[in-house]
Design a protein around this ligand. Sequence first.
Ligand code: SF4
Length: 446
Amino acid sequence: MASVASTIQLIQLNGQRNSQSESICDPDLTHEPWDFDALAPTYGPGASVLDPIPSNAPRQGTLPREYRELPPEVLEARIRAAKETLGDRLLILGHFYQRDEVVRHADYVGDSLQLAQVTSTRPSAEAIVFCGVHFMAETADILTRPDQAVILPNLAAGCSMADMADLDSVEQCWEQLEEVYGTELDVQGRQPILPVTYINSSAALKAFCGRHGGVVCTSSNARTVLDWAFERGQRVLFFPDQHLGRNTAKAMGIPLRQMPTWDPRKRLGGNTPETLRDARVLLWHGFCSVHKRFSVEQISHARAAHPGVRVIVHPECPMDVVDAADEAGSTDYIRKAIEAAPAGTTFAVGTEINLVRRLATQHPDKTIFSLDPVICPCSTMYRIHPGYLAWVLEALVRGEVLNRIVVPDRVAQNARIALGRMLALNSAPTVQAPEPAFAAPEPVTA
Ligand code: SF4
């Protein structure tokens, strides 16, 4: 069986090794994902020590031995056979950050919202297998019909950033903010504060936003959403990703002193009432373990080694990195910017390695490499191994639905309100259908 290590060990970009030294961020990445299923809950390699898996996170049971031991080519063939048998009744979705040996089976590849939206183009699909992480499957469940089953092949595929803001902590924060701000609307009819959640959050937090006049945003539309929010709120509580919030608000001209960070472990988030009263955006203390690895030093190295390089990073990166880059944007923005660039352009990219590698393969006329010489994929996304995909698909062929993600009705209703507010904005991402949002890679010889 190909290990995670064998998948990531020889990342060659445009036929040449990354000029900087290559290593992986954690030796545990050499283990197969099922090695972690039997251990105490943890996000495993790549995640920060500050982001332990919540005790109420869904647990993956033991993957049957057969699926752990099948050679890659047999797994590949069995996935294809199950897919063919299920035909239009099945839709497989693959996130941009997913490993190639899974993504190649996807009907559509895209970002989390694109994939959730694409479900509406396939009403015949009874089962939607989401090869992403838990919050993405939840969003898909919220936006699909009750008779469509959304399946996450490995329940341990969570998102450490999403779990940095849980409902209890956000509700406690809200109570404290109401003590400081009160609940009266101002003369323009604006709430004292309005919640905005990044789509990388639990359904419970999307529902919280729905209940409190708030909204969901993505990395593509965060600025438009914040403009909308400031028409309805004097201030914004932005969670869970401080970096997306800070980078977006800064680009809107909001000074840093009016963007305090909210630390959920401290009274008033670690702020004084005066700081909170002066704030425009309160930034929850969350971050992405993958994107926070990028640094200004890496950008300097890239510029020194590749004069004329275009540095393009994701807005989940820290502010100093976004400031030092030539441009910043969502995964879809990065993909389109690279596509549109003339042949011969060199890109240093600050986002998840699977996407960077795929872009490099798809654009052999350009030089594309990761800013980070240390290979550190999203460790939770990596939990979706072809073995888990084969397991859930073959169960579907037998008429058995495994690992179904179901958002309770009362949560889904309010979450749909917050998602609907975002989707009503013009800049909401659109799905490219019927063609895959992003071409799935061809199989590679093991
Ligand atoms: S890349 Fe970061 S934000 Fe995206 S799923 Fe992984 S941990 Fe979560």
